[in-house]
Ligand binder design. Structure first.
Ligand code: 5RP
Length: 234
């Protein structure tokens, strides 16, 4: 038997494409952000050319542009309130299928889209699957005004917040906010940490996605493997 060994980019591609196999005619789909979702959008564009009919809501301006380039019809929450499912990436995934997201800075819209979705499908290469969250600095979207004070409040919870930069200016999200990348070290209690952060003045959203993931599709050296969250099935 021939042994196939995929590169990291191929692992992302197989994961992204497998998620698109789940899409059926007439569905409404949330489109996440990032280099793994890129492959899903590309494959979805091919399926549209073959006659698939769906509507999608993007989680970022980058994804909106990409979806338009691939001929995917977009809609908005003015028109619909419920999506059949969302395909999105992640920066870290633990065995409970809790996530750190926001490496691309789209965490707020990603969360707003995810919670309107019947199913959340996460696509990633297998290096994102970790025993505990926290090696990846936690992105937190904050109000720009008095950001230094918000950063101090977050720091008091036991981390080192770093203002995300874009060249020599603060990185600004699609919602015109800032992002702090926060090194907490190992996050043993993600739910508690998320709740404590959300109570701080100036914090808009955290990159901790706790609960609600229906399934993770991981690309590895041999192909794509699905990890189903039985508790999240509707
Ligand atoms: C963007 C995200 C991305 O989904 C996450 O950063 C993973 O991206 P990639 O697939 O490029 O590794 O949360 O805000």
């Amino acid at each position: 038997m021939e042994l196939i060994v995929l590169s990291k980019e191929e692992m992302k591609r197989v994961a992204g494409e497998k998620a698109v196999d789940l899409i059926e005619d007439g569905m409404t789909i949330g489109l996440g952000t990032g280099s793994t979702v890129f492959w899903a959008i590309k494959k979805l564009g091919q399926r549209m050319k073959e006659g698939l009919r769906i509507q999608a809501i993007p989680t970022s301006k980058n994804t909106q542009t990409l979806a338009e380039q691939h001929g995917i019809p977009l809609t908005s929450f003015k028109e619909i309130s419920q999506l059949d499912f969302t395909i999105d990436g992640a920066d870290e995934i633990n065995p409970q299928l809790q996530l750190i997201k926001g490496g691309g800075g789209a965490l707020l819209r990603e969360k707003l889209v995810a919670i309107q979705s019947r199913r959340l499908i996460i696509v990633a290469d297998h290096s994102k699957f970790v025993p505990t969250l926290g090696a990846f600095p936690l992105p937190i979207e904050i109000v720009p005004f008095a950001w230094e004070c918000t950063a101090k409040r977050i720091e008091n919870l036991g981390c080192r917040p770093i203002l995300r930069m874009d060249k020599n200016k603060p990185f600004v999200t699609d919602n015109k906010n800032y992002v702090l990348d926060c090194c907490f070290g190992t996050i043993n209690q993600p739910t508690e940490l998320h709740q404590r952060l959300k109570l701080l003045h100036g914090v808009i959203e955290t990159g901790l996605f706790i609960g609600g993931v229906s399934c993770v599709i991981l690309g590895d050296g041999q192909g794509a493997k699905m990890i189903e969250n039985k508790e999240a099935q509707s």
